[in-house]
Design a protein around this ligand. Structure first.
Ligand SMILES: Nc1ncnc2c1ncn2[C@@H]1O[C@H](COP(=O)(O)OP(=O)(O)OP(=O)(O)O)[C@@H](O)[C@H]1O
Ligand SMILES: [Mg+2]
Length: 598
């Protein structure tokens, strides 16, 4: 798949799959009872409300002319009780629907987040992270209105319409038929705007996603932006994206604004007609229409158009929500292509023999990165991987943890094909320190304990001591309880590496992977660290990737990788004797150091 960027729209689905709405119903289902209660309240309130116009008609036509005070008081009291019941049911509706709406949103958001936790690296490689965030936060939030009010309002409004129509027909058939003449006009308006409206909301959600992606990228890259004084250029890009979002939004809401006023207009025209006709009929002594009946009927007309108006606005929010639902379910449905194979077994306790057998791999189809990689490590050995930038070193170790699936070939650990075991049982026995050491928001203690939550404070301190992190941590104001921010601001790059190093060790891995673990650490600390590590690495299989060759001279075997191929292999002495690529690299670093010393 081509990589998506902040200035690239995502593909729009041509037609809406009705199954998406059925899936939404699945989220609503646990709140069925509460929703039924709310609908009951709304229906009873509306049915009772329907009686009020009859009271008014009776008052006008019978009780007031007859000065029947007893009935006047009785009817007024009943009207007051109905008003109180309506107010109470409205309050309960608002409260309960907020609970239902938020429960559903929480369930959808949990499903997306849970799925995001499982999606492989390749998913995150392919799109800006801002576009993922917008789905979890903004799109899900946008469903809130539809879920909190829309569904119950729609059900109650449909029932209301049904009741009102019965009352209207009972009251006057001809006037009711006249009133219904407005509906086909409304249907024509809906048919006319439907496709355009859906497309407009899809485009709007795309523009929102692009804008979000750019904002997230800009925040992550703010240091580079400021150091290269790119603020103005970035503002230009932002304004363009924000402007695109704004105009897409304006185009989309224009359609939403079409429906409401159309309902208003149609209702005003039909009501006017009914008044004109009604008054003529009242004046005609041959027709039985009374003033009270006309007032009764016109009050039903306004009640008839109110639910139609809310149904129209529900229709608007439905179309808006559909454009978000498509993206939400697309994320939930994203296949997890690095997952346990059917019938996968638990990885037995790892001893540490690792074998790569004819392993080929590519991140993108047609662009091979690793070409037929073969090597055999024995338990407890340290393999160093060296080579130029972009050679494929990190890629090799990423495959050991099965962060990606190999294209062909097999990786065995202790003779077990790693694609046949569960990912959890495999990764939980490995300690990985990635090239870009990530620090999470929280204390330093939490960060080191990240991969082994059962570890005691003493074990955390012990791991920190081994990687020479203890000194700088204890010098901090709150020691191990110092709060660090996401990405580790407040720490130097070397300190971040040491913390990640301690984290990898604390997981008590059987296989340890250190990708440029010491690149930002001063040579003195590195020498100290090496001593502690040598003790610790005894009996553990480890991969060490390093550009600084001083780090890896003691490795049991060094693989020199270039362009996805192992060009040379052997220990330090053997490779120097070979006088090949490794030798050249060693000499260049040695010459550089000599030059530095003078
Ligand atoms: N997520 C990715 N998607 C696509 N291509 C990638 C990805 N990661 C790396 N590559 C490509 O794969 C090749 C090998 O990358 P890799 O990260 O393994 O290099 P490396 O040897 O670790 O380099 P360095 O020493 O700079 O860390 C590079 O050409 C790189 O462009
Ligand atoms: Mg790398």
């Amino acid at each position: 798949m081509a990589r998506n960027r902040y200035d690239m729209d995502e593909i729009l689905e041509e037609s809406f799959d009705i199954k998406q709405l059925k899936r939404l119903a699945h989220y609503i289902s646990p709140s069925k009872k509460r929703m039924a209660g709310v609908i009951f309240l709304m229906l009873t309130a509306s049915a009772l409300g329907m009686v009020v116009p009859i009271f008014i008609q009776r008052m006008m036509d019978i009780y007031i002319p007859n000065k029947d005070m007893h009935k006047i008081f009785l009817v007024s009291g009943l009207t007051l009780c109905i008003a109180c019941y309506s107010a109470l049911s409205l309050r309960l509706k608002v409260k309960n629907m907020s609970v239902i709406g938020q429960d559903i949103i929480h369930a959808i958001r949990s499903d997306i987040f849970c799925h995001l936790q499982e999606l492989p690296f390749s998913y995150y490689d392919d799109r800006p992270h801002g576009k993922i965030q917008v789905r979890v936060v903004n799109y899900v939030n946008s469903l809130s209105d539809l879920l909190s009010n829309g569904i119950v309002n729609t059900i109650t409004d449909l029932c209301n319409l049904f009741f009102i129509l019965i009352f209207m027909f009972v009251c006057d058939v001809k006037l009711t038929l006249l009133c219904l003449c407005g509906l086909p006009v409304l249907a024509v308006v809906i048919v006319f705007i439907k496709r355009r409206q859906r497309r407009a909301w899809q485009i709007q959600s795309n523009k929102q996603s692009n804008l979000n992606a750019y904002i997230a990228e800009s925040i992550n890259g703010i240091r580079v932006t400021q150091s290269f004084v790119r603020e103005e250029v970035n503002m230009g890009i932002f304004n363009k994206l924000s402007g695109g979002f704004r105009s897409a939004w304006m185009k989309a809401v224009v359609y939403n604004f079409t429906l409401g006023p159309s309902v208003e207009l149609i209702s005003a025209v039909t009501t006017a007609f009914i008044y004109v006709l009604g008054i003529r009929w009242i004046l005609d002594p041959n027709l039985p229409l009374t003033v009270g009946t006309l007032i009764l009927f016109t009050s039903y007309i306004s009640r008839f158009w109110t639910p139609i108006n809310t149904l129209a606005s529900f229709y608007n929010s439905l179309l808006t929500a559909i454009s978000y639902l498509e993206r939400i379910f697309e994320t939930i449905d994203e296949p997890v292509n690095v997952k346990d194979a059917p019938g996968a077994t638990e990885m037995p306790p790892i001893h540490g023999d690792v074998t790569f057998e004819n392993v080929c791999f590519s991140y993108e189809e047609g662009h091979p990165i690793l070409k037929n990689i073969n090597f055999k490590m024995k338990q407890g050995e340290t393999y160093a991987i060296v080579g130029p930038t972009g050679a494929g070193k990190s890629t090799i170790v990423n495959l050991v943890s099965r962060f990606y699936n190999v294209d062909s070939g097999t990786i065995y650990i202790d003779g077990v094909d790693i694609s046949k075991v569960t990912i959890h049982s495999l990764r939980s026995q490995m300690g990985v320190m990635m090239q870009d050491s990530f620090i999470f928001a929280g204390t330093i203690m939490d960060n080191i304990r990240y991969g082994n939550r059962e570890a005691t404070d003493e074990q955390v301190v012990e791991a920190a001591k081994i990687v020479c992190a203890h000194d700088f941590i204890s010098q901090m104001e709150d020691g191990y309880y110092t709060q660090v921010n996401e990405r580790g601001s407040g720490l130097s790059a070397g300190q971040r590496q040491l913390i990640s190093f301690a984290r990898a060790l604390l997981a008590d891995p059987k296989i340890l992977i250190l990708d440029e673990a010491t690149s930002s650490i001063d040579t003195e600390t590195e020498l100290l660290l090496q001593k502690g590590l040598n003790r610790l690495l005894e009996g553990r299989t480890s991969f060490v990737i390093a550009h600084r060759l001083s780090t890896i001279q003691n490795a049991d075997c060094i693989l020199y990788v270039d362009k996805g191929d192992i060009l040379e292999r052997g220990n330090h002495k053997e490779l120097l004797a070979l006088r090949g690529e490794y030798y050249k690299l060693y000499i260049s670093q040695f010459d550089f150091l000599k030059g530095e010393i003078g």
